[in-house]
Design a protein around this ligand. Structure first.
Ligand SMILES: Nc1ncnc2c1ncn2[C@@H]1O[C@H](COP(=O)(O)OP(=O)(O)O)[C@@H](O)[C@H]1O
Ligand SMILES: [Mg+2]
Length: 339
């Protein structure tokens, strides 16, 4: 392996902080690849797939580091990049196209979690709410089906509703700011954890468990890691949330349950290389999966890098493991039968 090509989005001039972060991530990965002694090049991913394919071929990669996060087509196109790479027969890092689609579409992900018996909060999709006899009462969080990075999650993210009609109207009203499609998930008041996973010689390893701590008066109104808390450094929400790796003396059973749940997700979705599972803990101490992130952000100030630092693992070591996992992906290269 001599030459690694980064496949990445090129955010336009009006891109938000979440999209611009893709450049920070790519610079960090590129530096690590060079430190590992690899030649690097980068190819922009566009929805003109023949054009992207020809640029990739021209860059002659031994391996492609896939950093595509949707880009111009939004979150709903995130699985196009691994699908193209699979079709071209090129070795690449991270989740394959099926795992990417199943984990990125939060409604697909809920179905996979349910089928695998992995606890996840109850939810309501629009079609169900519009049907006869639908009911909804209590606090729900309205989430995008395809978008990540807390897109569309503001101070009003988790309203209290009295009936299905009210929730239905909210979903319709918020869909445009949430990538066109959203759903409602039961709001879980409890603690929030991010569980990072990295492939290793003996399979996936769970990195130190990170708790998202909501501090101060701001947190009394809303314990949601919304867009401002993630991306707007000057906002009260950003200043009032922090990551902590300190578990309490009574958290041993919870830590075990979080570890088991994250590994169950890895297997259920068929993840590869690296991942991060977001969880809220129910009143009875059960971790409920709210978000499965294939190919989580690798920017220096992201949650995955924080977990690596806490584990004492260097970024180059992690990048090497992610490359190895991509190169030894089961079922790769695909065997094709003549029609
Ligand atoms: N069911 C839920 N109950 C309480 N808070 C939630 C729930 N789902 C999501 N959240 C909050 O919203 C944030 C973003 O939601 P998440 O599902 O992780 O989407 P994203 O892909 O945007 O990260 C979470 O980090 C959490 O703070
Ligand atoms: Mg999340």
């Amino acid at each position: 392996m001599k030459r690694a090509v980064l496949l990445q989005n090129r955010p336009g001039p009006g891109a938000g902080a979440d999209d611009r972060d893709t450049l920070v991530q790519a610079a960090a990965v590129r530096k690590a690849l060079r430190t590992l002694g690899l030649d690097t090049a980068s190819v922009p991913f566009t929805l003109d797939l023949p054009d992207t394919a020809s640029a990739l071929r021209g860059a002659a990669p031994d391996v492609v580091f896939n950093l595509v996060e949707g880009g111009e087509g939004g979150g709903r196109c995130i699985h196009y990049a691994p699908a193209l790479l699979e079709d071209m027969g090129l070795p690449f890092t991270g989740a394959g196209s099926s795992a990417m689609a199943l984990s990125s579409n939060k409604l697909f992900a809920k179905a996979v979690l349910r089928a695998a018996g992995i606890p996840t909060p109850d939810w309501r999709a629009l079609a169900e709410l519009e049907g006869p006899g639908a009911s909804a009462r209590g606090r729900y969080i309205v989430k995008s089906v395809w978008e990540h990075a807390s897109i569309g999650l503001g101070d009003d993210a988790a309203p209290l509703v009295d009936c299905a009609g009210e929730l239905c109207a909210l979903l319709r009203q918020r869909a445009p700011r949430m990538g066109g499609e959203c759903f409602a998930e039961r709001y879980v008041e409890g603690r929030e954890f991010n569980v990072a996973l990295l492939d290793g010689p003996g399979g996936p390893e769970v990195l130190p468990l990170a708790e998202m701590v909501f501090d101060g008066r701001w947190a009394e109104g809303s314990r949601v890691l919304g867009y401002a808390a993630k991306w707007e450094e000057d906002s009260p929400a950003y200043r009032s949330t922090r990551r902590s790796f300190e578990l309490g003396p009574n958290d041993a059973a919870l830590a075990e349950a979080l570890t088991r749940t994250a590994l169950d997700c890895w297997r259920a979705f068929g993840l590869c290389g690296y991942a991060r599972v977001d969880v809220r803990v129910d009143a009875d101490g059960t971790p409920l999966v709210i978000d499965v992130n294939a190919n989580p952000c690798l920017s220096p100030d992201g949650g995955f890098r924080a977990a690596l630092r806490q584990a004492g693992l260097g970024f180059e070591e992690a990048v090497m493991r992610i490359l190895r996992a991509g190169l030894s992906r089961p079922g790769f290269p695909p065997t094709r039968k003549a029609a």
